[in-house]
Structure formats: structure tokens, C-alpha cells
Write a new protein. Structure first.
Lengths: 199, 199, 199, 199
DNA sequence: CGCTAATCGAGACGGTACGTCCAGTCTTAAC
DNA sequence: GTTAAGACTGGACGTACCGTCTCGATTAGCG
């Protein structure tokens, strides 16, 4: 009923789809997001341009698909040793290491650009990658709350944001280095709050 | 140092500089960052393209200059009524309103894109706009700390990041609405921390 | 052979080719060769610049193609009334009129410029336009030679050059007016030679 | 009285004039006419652009000045041994050698381009360089005429054109090689004419 | 198992913007 | 008042991609 007859997904070439995703990831790693071109992806993938335009609306969408291809597990779950601070610190330290790896940075940063430009990609990336990540933290905090380790009035979702966002901003803006010390203090201060405690 | 002989800044036309900055801001508001073109800016400003290329390395840099032109006050200071929570909430509520204004969003969002792409712009924007903003919060928190309102072990800089970053992320990713309720709870939870308090 | 993969000529748009040639001729007539621009041709023809660059190496080459498009007959033949002088004079008088027509001058003069600059164009124009023209004269002279009207030792090719070149030079340099009297005397003197004849 | 106050020629820097002419000749030899730029000449001559624009209307005019600077003798005179054919052949052979010298070709060819484009340059070059050259030939032919060696009805000016123009055209169009044999036959045929002579 | 319609690789097309080069004008400071 | 220097507006250069469009040549699913 659309004026453009929709393509028949059952006939879609998985071979091409795969090649396009791989080419997109490879190229974005080599040249950065804004030098990533549809023509470049098509050439690298040995594919006609139309095959990309047929199935994706923008290069951001290709990148999102390519990125979520391998990471569709949904974000997973945080460990629960019974000590919230320890668990959060451990996971954040691992994440710090991941984000300091140049090979990982390029496509991830590219996706951020795509996202800020394009609210479709923004929605997709948020729901497929970011939300599950935040939820994993919130779940772990909620578990601690149920165990009495966390104030019942606290909002676990908000708490997750307060821990993850400073991390994300630092990485995104390269304003300050991402270190284990930083994430450790982040957890400590989120737990302790600013108000003085009576000994 | 530079292999291209640097232009003589003393002969620079302030008239053109002004016109370029205004055109850049106007256009980015009308069309968004990725449709912002050097040619467009030049045409709007009634200026030769070369005059832009002579003085700025990229459209991101132009935008940064244009943006910081009117906002060079350094971030200012937060009010101090003696009650930290009240002051933070008041300022954040105002900021929420500002960031929900579409007229303000476009250039600011554009700068974010420019920043993620270009580490030069990133450094400039961080040091000229973001750092002073964060410092204003940190200063207010430090003042509260000296007044005994905040735990002496807390880190005011980190506290400022924990309050501002969730705000920035929400705005950037459009993941959840920016409301006064959100920022109020943000302040409360930052102050209280997660750990339960003995009444 | 070529390092740039050659375009596929079978898929070439004849519509565009035609429009480009017409636009080039029209523009060169309106503005002259050095104000003729590829951009101008493309705009006038309603064509992308790349379509010109894909098929022609320079604006001179476009002009050559445009010019030879309508004149591919090969130069034709001169009339043969049995009297060489009469025939040569008649044809030259017609050519004088043609070259004094401003509408004809512009593209022809433009081609001369293109030619002097660019030896490719030079070769093309010479072989497609000038050689056939000269040959037509040489053929007529050879016919006269075979009829005993011309000295058997004379070189018809050279004779053609001696008649046509002074004509071309005068036109090219605008040094002296092109008149019927001039070409008449040219023919007479070429036939008679300089040496006195015992009558 | 002109709206642009004419520059005061008495204050003109001969130093600059000299440098500009030398730079123009050097550059045209290195890069060809159409890559010759006013900026390039100014830079090479260590001169401001305005100094060129003040004194010359176009790059063709500069080139013409530069070229005629060293050749202001007026064309000179042809030798007169009493045998016209011998004298003409000798001079033409020398000219052939000159025009086959690449170092001489470039600026001369450049001037031709300038000329075809620009009727001012055309007039200047014709009157300062070409006319005197042609006149020298015409004078020698006229002398022969007075000596009875040439038909009294022949036109020496036209005869000079008939000898020099084929030469010029061949060189200009690179259509055929310039050789001694060619110019020798040119002279012979111009003298003999086409019509058969009774032995 | 062959038919037929959609997808495929390829790439020409009309366009837009790029970043560079130069034209020709104007301004400044040195002489 | 001319000069060297060079910033200015303007515009064409030749290149790179955009997104659309046509081409055969596969290639899948249905008959």
C-alpha cells in the first residue's frame, strides 16, 4: 500500500547483509564516522549501492545494525556477591578497560555521532544497547535494596544513571582520563551521598 | 611552525568574523549540523569561502567560536542561600527550561556532534563552556562543604559531574524527558546517597 | 592501460551528450572561449559536471566534439568547371563571407585557442577539420595538374597550404581585413608565381 | 580626466618592471600560458600584485611587453646576395631551427594564445613583431622586383604572406614537421607558380 | 524442473559541497 | 604616490558522494 513497493525480505541475500555489516565496521574503524560513505561500504563489501539503500535508510542505521549484530545478548546481568560496592566497582573497572581500547572506541564513538544526528538511530541504540546496560545496573541496585543494603527510598534507575553518565560523558568528551580510581570513587560517593553522617 | 604561512591576524576583518559567526548560528538553527555547510555560511554572511578557511580549520571550529562569542563570561556563579539542595534545584530547573527550548537546542546539539567528531573542538568546548559550568557547581558544593553542610571527604568536582552528567546524557540521547522532577530527585539522591541512614 | 577504470561507453546517455554539445556551442558564442566554463556548460545543459568530466578531458575537447558533430562530412569536394582559378576564387569568396560572419567566428576562434593550448585538441581538429579542408583544395589542384593546367612538378598539397594559410593567418590575427579582392589576388599570384614570364 | 586617476609613469619602478618581465617569461616557459597567473608572476618577481595591475591590463599584455623587451630591433633586414631564392631559403632555414627549439617555443606559443584571446594583444604583437618580420621579407622581394628578378605585377606583401603563413600555420597547429626541405620547396613554388611554363 | 519476478553487482546520471586556486579590488605600513 | 604585502569578495576548478535510475546476470520460490 506504500507508494514504494516494499522489498521482499524473504529474498534478501544474507551474504550481502553480512558483507555490508563487516565492511561498515571495518571502515568506521579505519576512517571515522564522517568519512564513512555508503559508496565506500558498497565497494568494500563488493555490493551494489542500491542493495544498501534498499534495506537501510541511512549510514547510521547500517552502523547500528552492524554493531548490534554481535552484541544482541541484551546487556546481561551484574554479579551479585552480596556487596554492592564491590560488584559495581568490578564491573566498572572492566568497562573502563574496554573503553580505553582504541579498537573498540572507533565504532562506538561513531555510533554516538550517528545518534546525536539521527533520532531514529538514537532510539534504536538507546533501546538495544544503552537501556539494557543501565537496567542491568538498576537491577543489581534493586537487589541490594531488597537485601536492605540500600535505602528503600532510593531510585535504582536514577542511581544507575548517576554512576554511568559521568563515565559516559568523560569518555565522550575526552575531558578527563578514564581510570579505575575514578570509577571507584564514583561508586563510593554515589553510595555515601554528600551529606555528612554522624559517626 | 606551521608549513602554511599563517595569516596576519592584525589585518583580520572583524566585520566578516562577526557576520560568519552570526550566519553559522542562524543556519545551524534552521537546518541542523550535518546540513550546515561552509558554502552556506559564506553565502549567508556575504563572505568568500576562503575567508572562512583562512581562519578556521573546520565548520565545528566556526560553530565553537560562534557559540562562545556571546557566552564568554566563564560560567558565572551559583546562588548561595545557605541551603545547597535548594540552590542546586533552582539552577537545574532553569537549565532544564533552557534545554527544552528548541531555539537553544539546535546549536548546542550541533556542537555536541562537532565535538564527538573532532577532538580539537572537543577540547575547546570542554575548556570554554563545560569546565566553567562544572566548576560553578563544584564551587557551590565546596562552599557548602566549608559550611559543614557537606561531608568533608566528598569530592565536589565529582559531585558536580554526578549531577550534571545524567542531565547531559538524557538531553543528548533524548532517552527520557527532562523535567523539574528529574533534576530535583537527582539533587536529593546525590546528597542522600544510596546507603540507608539510621534515623 | 589507463589507471582510472574507463567508463562504460555503451551506457552513455546520448541525451546528455547532445545537450552538452549544444550548450558548449551556445555559450562559446555568447561569452568567448576563456569565459567558457565547465560549470557553465553543465548548468546550461542541465547536466552534472561529472558527466562532462567522465567523457571529456578538457573544455577544448568538448568544444571539438561539439564542433565536429555537425560537420562530419569530411570537408567535401571543390567544384570543377575546368578553370582552376575560377573555381578556387569562388570557393574562397564563399569562405571569406563565412569567416566574416560573427556567429561563425566565435566557436571557430575558440577552437583555435583550445588548439594552441592543447596538443590533443590540436591533433583532433587538424585531422577532423583542417586536413579534409586542405585535401579538398589539393585534390582540385591535382585534377588541374592531370588536365595539364598545372605544372607537373608542382606539389598540390603545398599549393593548398600556400593559399589557405595566408587566409587563416589574416583571420586569426585580425591583422588585415578578409576581402574577396584579397583571396582573388592570392589565387592569381599562387598560379602565376613571382618569376617574370616571357610573354 | 579619467575616473581612475592614471598612475604617474615618472615614478614607476624600473626595477619592478624588469623583474616582472623576467618572471613572466620564466614562468610561461615552465608552465605554459594558461597556468601563468598574475599572482605567480608577482610572487616570482617579489612584487605586489597591484604593481602589475597598475601598469598592465592583462597577463597577455605583460607577456607581450616581456617578449618585445629584448626584440625591439624592429625585425631587421634580409640579406641580399642578388639571388632571391637563395636568400629566402637561408633565412627560412634559420627560422626553422629557431622554432624547433623548445626553449623558444613556449613563450612564443603563449603569445599566440594571448593574441587569439585578446585583440589588444593581437594588435600589439602584430605591429611590433609580426608586421616588421613580414615587411623585411616584402622589402627583400621588392628589391628583387626592382632588379628585374621578380614580375613587376607581383605584390611583394602578399608574396611574403604566402611564404610565411604556411610556415606559421604548421608550427602553430603542429600539423606537419617544420623542415628545411619544406621551406625550400615553399620558396621554389612561390617563385615558380603553378602554371606550367613553356620550356 | 523450468518460469518468472525480485534482488543482485555495477555504475551512469543530476546534483551539492568540498577544499583549493586565482581574479581583481582594497587597505596598510614603509619608503 | 608608489611600493610589497596580503586580506577581501567572488567564482571556477576538479573530486567525492549523495540518492535515483537503469542495465543485464543471477537466483530464489511457485507453479
Amino acid at each position: 500500500m506504500a507508494n514504494k513497493t516494499a522489498p521482499d525480505a524473504t529474498r534478501r541475500s544474507q551474504r550481502s547483509r553480512q558483507a555490508i555489516c563487516e565492511a561498515a565496521l571495518a571502515l568506521v574503524g579505519e576512517t571515522g564516522y564522517d568519512k564513512l560513505t555508503i559508496e565506500g561500504i558498497a565497494a568494500r563489501a563488493g555490493v551494489g549501492k542500491q542493495t544498501i539503500y534498499r534495506w537501510w535508510p541511512s549510514k547510521g542505521a547500517v552502523l547500528l545494525d552492524a554493531f548490534t549484530e554481535g552484541v544482541q545478548d541484551g546487556g546481561g546481568t551484574l554479579p551479585d556477591t552480596g556487596d554492592l560496592a564491590t560488584d559495581l566497582k568490578a564491573v566498572l573497572r572492566a568497562t573502563v578497560d574496554e573503553f580505553n581500547d582504541p579498537a573498540f572506541q572507533a565504532p562506538y564513538r561513531a555510533l554516538y555521532v550517528a545518534m546525536v544526528n539521527d533520532s531514529e538511530v538514537s532510539a534504536g541504540f538507546t533501546s538495544k544497547v544503552l537501556e539494557p546496560g543501565t537496567r542491568a545496573y538498576a537491577d543489581r541496585i534493586r537487589a541490594a535494596q531488597e537485601a536492605g543494603e540500600v535505602d528503600p527510598d532510593a531510585d535504582p534507575e536514577l542511581a544507575a544513571e548517576m554512576i554511568l553518565s559521568p563515565f559516559a560523558q568523560r569518555w565522550l568528551l575526552r575531558s578527563r582520563p578514564l581510570t579505575h580510581a575514578f570509577t571507584d570513587r564514583l561508586v563510593d560517593q554515589a553510595l555515601a551521598g554528600l551529606r555528612p553522617r554522624r559517626a
